[in-house]
Design a protein around this ligand. Structure first.
Ligand SMILES: [Zn+2]
Length: 337
C-alpha cells in the first residue's frame, strides 16, 4: 500500500507540474470524494491495527504534498495568465490616436442661421411649418388665382389633389395668422419644392426665409426700414437697398428688393454681372384677402411680408456660381467654406 501511495504522489505531482490551465480536474481525480487517494484511505479498514496509523500518516503526507503542489502551480498559472493578458492588452500611449474627420456647417445652413440671427435680434420669432402643405394654405389663402401659373401640375409636386410639397414658405404666414392674434412678428426659414430640372440656377428643392409683420398702423416705411437694416447687417454697413415695383398675388403693393453689390460696392463686377445691384428678395404689404383668409380684419390691421432665397445669398457670399455644387456634398468642395 505504501508503494501505491508513493505512485499516486509521483503521478499527481507530475500532472500538476505540467498542467497548463485549470487544476480542478486533477484535484478531483486525486483528492475528490471518488479520488484515488480517498479510495486508498477508505480501504484502510482492511489493514492490521498496527499498520493503520503508519499508512494513515503516509497518506496524510501524500495528501499534503499534493495540496501544496496544487497551490504552488495554481499561483504560477495565475501569474502566467495575468502576464499573457497584459501582453495582449498592451497599450502604447505614445501611438498617434485615430481621429475621425470633423466637418463644418454647410454654407446654406450658415447663411440661414446668420439671417435668422439678424431677424431674431430685431425681435422676430422663428416659427416652422410642414413641408407637405394643403393646396389651400399654399395657394388659395395666399390669394393665388386658380389660373396662376405656379399652380400648374408641371411646376408643383402634388401629393394628392389637395396636398402638395410647399412651393414657398409663405403658407407659414397663413398658419401664423390663424394661430395668433396681432401683433405678429415672425420669420420662417425652411425647404421648398418646385418641379424644376436641376441646373446652375435651379433645383427641385431649395431654401427660403419668410418674414411676416402684422400690427395696427404698419406701413411700407416699416418694411423698408426693417429690410434696409437687415441688408446693412448682413452685407455690410455701406449696403444700399433699392425697391422695384413688382407683382405678387399675396402682397399689394409688391416690391422686389435689390442690395448694392457688396463685392464692388455698386461699380459693377462679375458677381453682380456689371449691374452694381443684386436682387435678393420679394416683399410687399400683405393683401387684404390674405389677412381675411388668416382671420384678421384688414380694416384694423395691416402688415408686410417678405421672402428670400437662401441659396442665392449663400452663393453670392461664397462666390459659387453653380447651384448644384451646394447639394453634391462633396467634402472637398464644402471644406473651402
Ligand atoms: Zn458687383
Amino acid at each position: 500500500m505504501k508503494e501505491q501511495l508513493e505512485q499516486i504522489r509521483q503521478k499527481a505531482i507530475e500532472e500538476i507540474e505540467s498542467a497548463q490551465t485549470s487544476l480542478d480536474d486533477i484535484r478531483v481525480k486525486y483528492l475528490g470524494k471518488k479520488g484515488q487517494l480517498t479510495a486508498i484511505l477508505r480501504g484502510m479498514g482492511a489493514l492490521d491495527a498496527d499498520e493503520r496509523p503508519v499508512i494513515g500518516a503516509i497518506a496524510n503526507t501524500v495528501r499534503e504534498h499534493i495540496e501544496n503542489a496544487l497551490a504552488e502551480r495554481g499561483a504560477e498559472l495565475k501569474e502566467l495568465a495575468l502576464k499573457k493578458s497584459l501582453e495582449l492588452e498592451k497599450l502604447d500611449v505614445t501611438y498617434d490616436g485615430a481621429c475621425s474627420p470633423c466637418g463644418h456647417v454647410h454654407p446654406i445652413t450658415r447663411t440661414m442661421e446668420r439671417m435668422t440671427e439678424i431677424f431674431v435680434d430685431m425681435g422676430f420669432t422663428v416659427v416652422e411649418g410642414p413641408e407637405v402643405e394643403t393646396v389651400r394654405n399654399n395657394f388659395d389663402d395666399l390669394n393665388a388665382p386658380a389660373d396662376h401659373p405656379s399652380r400648374d401640375l408641371q411646376d408643383t409636386f402634388y401629393i394628392t389633389e389637395s396636398t402638395l410639397l410647399r412651393t414657398q414658405t409663405s403658407p407659414v404666414q397663413i398658419r401664423a395668422m390663424r394661430e395668433t392674434q396681432p401683433p405678429i412678428r415672425i420669420i420662417s426659414p425652411g425647404r421648398v419644392y418646385r418641379s424644376d430640372v436641376a441646373d446652375a440656377t435651379h433645383s427641385p428643392m431649395f431654401h427660403q426665409l419668410e418674414g411676416l409683420v402684422i400690427d395696427k398702423g404698419i406701413t411700407m416705411g416699416d418694411l423698408k426700414g426693417i429690410l434696409s437694416l437687415f441688408a446693412k447687417t448682413m452685407f455690410g454697413p455701406e449696403t444700399k437697398t433699392r425697391f422695384r415695383p413688382h407683382n405678387f398675388p399675396f402682397t399689394e403693393p409688391s416690391a422686389e428688393v435689390d442690395v448694392s453689390c457688396f463685392v464692388c460696392g455698386g461699380k459693377g463686377c462679375r458677381v453682380c454681372k456689371g449691374e452694381g445691384w443684386m436682387e435678393i428678395l420679394g416683399s410687399g404689404m400683405v393683401h387684404p384677402n390674405v389677412l381675411r383668409a388668416g382671420g384678421i380684419d384688414p380694416d384694423v390691421y395691416s402688415g408686410f411680408a417678405f421672402g428670400m432665397g437662401i441659396e442665392r445669398v449663400a452663393m453670392v457670399m461664397s462666390g459659387i456660381d453653380d447651384l448644384r455644387l451646394m447639394y453634391e456634398n462633396d467634402a472637398r468642395f464644402l471644406r473651402q467654406f
